[in-house]
Design a protein around this ligand. Structure first.
Ligand code: SKM
Length: 277
């Protein structure tokens, strides 16, 4: 079988490295390739995928096509439908199916690195973009009692609260410090501190002692927020694990084997990140 990741730009994608490693590890024949698809060509790309003659069994969809993929697929599962975004496609019974694995990738990564992380009362998520959505949905579905969305434009946070309902609450940046009081999980999905501006220093010392601080960015691996949390001795989870875990369901569908996220796989991608730093 052949699979792909389609995006624009796509050069930076580590998905071929991840799936290639699994194909090799499990001795499977198949391939996984990068495809650059410009926005104006995406609808046509989806049409060709639906064709019975398509060489592909399925693939991943990344920025900026996730929303369009969710609309253009023949069948969409409830997770991707509610999100309005798909990152995993597969052909089955002549139809093109879509789901989104970003949220389950996020929680699977936390489960593997900090089992018990979900016993928290309060989670604080900074940012309201595409990645934030998938994470908010997954935190709600895991049953976290209070999920606070903090965003520079509070209206965008409110849109997500309207979409996902309780237990979400929307806030502007001014609420961030006091929300961290007693929180058990902090997730940065924003580009604060990454876009040349200095990251604010957050009072992570006011979180629970066993709180987990996580960032979805993985280049660099130690983002400003991860560094701040490490300095005061809080457990941290970097963004690379989410990328590795979101890849699992797609691989299993296309190639018929449930792959494992191992230390060796993580190291492979880390080495590549270092080589290009
Ligand atoms: O959702 C994932 C997608 O499946 C693959 C990817 C990549 O290759 O960089 C990133 C995320 O958008």
């Amino acid at each position: 079988p052949r699979a792909f990741v389609a995006g624009y730009p796509i050069k930076h994608s580590r998905s071929p490295m991840i799936h290639g490693h699994w194909l090799e590890t499990y001795g499977l024949s198949g391939s996984y390739e990068k495809i650059a698809v410009a926005p104006e060509g995406f609808a046509d790309f989806m049409l060709r995928l639906k064709d019975a003659d398509s060489p592909y069994r399925g693939g991943n969809i990344t920025i900026p096509h996730k929303e369009a993929a969710s609309k253009l697929a023949d069948r969409i599962d409830p997770v991707a439908e509610e999100l309005g975004a798909a990152n995993t496609l597969w052909r089955e019974d002549g139809l093109l199916h879509a789901t989104n694995t970003d949220g389950i990738g996020f929680v699977a990564n936390l489960d593997s690195q900090h089992p018990g992380w979900d016993k928290v009362e309060r989670a604080v998520v900074l940012g309201a973009g595409g990645a934030s959505r998938a994470i908010l949905q997954a935190l709600r579905d895991r049953g976290i009692p209070e999920v606070h969305v903090v965003n520079r434009t509070v209206e965008r946070a409110q849109e997500l609260v309207d979409r996902f309902g309780a237990p979400l609450q929307a806030h502007g940046m001014d609420a961030l410090n006091s929300l961290l009081e007693g929180a058990g999980l902090f997730v940065n999905t924003s580009s604060l501190g990454m876009d040349g501006t200095a990251a604010p220093v957050l009072p992570f010392d006011r979180m629970r002692e066993d709180a987990v601080v996580t960032d979805i960015v993985y280049v660099p691996l130690k983002t400003p927020f991860i560094q701040q949390a490490e300095q005061i001795g809080l457990p941290t989870v970097d963004g690379l694990g989410m990328l590795l875990h979101q890849a699992v369901p797609g691989f299993e569908r296309w190639f018929g084997q449930k792959p494992e996220v191992t230390a060796a796989l993580r190291q492979l991608v880390l080495d590549d990140i270092k080589a290009h730093a």
